[in-house]
Design a protein around this ligand. Structure first.
Ligand code: NAP
Length: 212
């Protein structure tokens, strides 16, 4: 039986690469995002959702439950960033960054849990938060540090499941278009992150996975 993966944020650089890697390895892939059609070639099923809208999230999981019995590998690859000094940060932008990096993981986890296999593996894309306590990174670093705490607590709640918090260094995706700094020359291709995620599943990894 093919294994089944669900990817949130599937149209992003890392999300798409993970979908591609999984499909190449025989997985059935459910891709969810605001523009899932961008990953259509690498997904068996596509659903549209904003991860911060509870109704969208519930509807996407409900629709997926008509297509598959259970999820073996669940990946949260959505995220957003804005770098602005606190004094200039508007509330709507702050909320958007917290939504994509912290509230989204909560809502998508909460509503996906009933569809996850007992021994399912959950993977969250975090960041090396302790290195990102930089000027203008307040919203992003607060959200990613919050995600680490969320995942740490969840690990103790979901004893039968594996949970991996992936913390990549720089990855060459359009995420960097939102930053006022250049992509480092040694940035990893998203395909490398995708292979590490599949290897984490294959080896039953659980805990923090730093890719720096
Ligand atoms: N690239 C890096 O160097 C790097 C390093 C460390 C960690 N990460 C983390 O890795 C993850 C993936 O990053 P990436 O490089 O693949 O970035 P990306 O190419 O910008 O992809 C991010 C994806 O998140 C989606 N997204 C944002 N807000 C959303 C929302 N409210 N609802 C649904 N989807 C939403 C975006 O959708 P739209 O296309 O609709 O905007 C996009 O598809 C992020 O969590 C990021 O923080 C990236």
């Amino acid at each position: 039986m093919p294994k089944i993966a669900m990817i949130w944020g599937v149209s992003g650089g890392i999300g798409r690469a993970v979908a591609q890697e999984l499909q190449a390895n025989g997985w059935t892939v459910i891709g969810i995002g605001r523009h899932p059609e961008d990953a259509a070639h690498n997904c068996n099923y596509l659903f549209t959702a904003d991860v911060a809208r509870e109704y969208d999230v519930q509807t996407a999981v409900h629709a997926a439950s008509f297509e598959v019995d259970q999820i073996n590998l669940w990946i949260y690859a959505a995220g957003d960033i804005k770098t602005t000094a606190v004094v200039d940060f508007d509330l709507a932008s702050w909320q958007r960054i917290l939504d994509a990096n912290l509230t989204g993981p909560f809502l998508t986890t909460k509503h996906s849990l009933p569809l996850l296999a007992d021994d399912a593996h959950l993977v969250y894309l975090g960041a090396v938060s302790e290195r990102l306590k930089l000027p203008k990174f307040s919203a992003y670093v607060a959200a990613k540090a919050g995600l680490e705490a969320f995942v740490g607590s969840l690990q103790k709640e979901l004893r039968g499941k594996k949970i991996t918090l992936v913390r990549p260094g720089a990855v060459a995706t359009s995420f960097w278009d939102k930053l006022p700094i250049r992509l480092p020359k040694d940035a990893a291709p998203p395909e490398k992150v995708a292979k590490r995620i599949l290897a984490a599943y294959d080896t039953g990894h659980s805990g923090q996975l730093d890719l720096v």
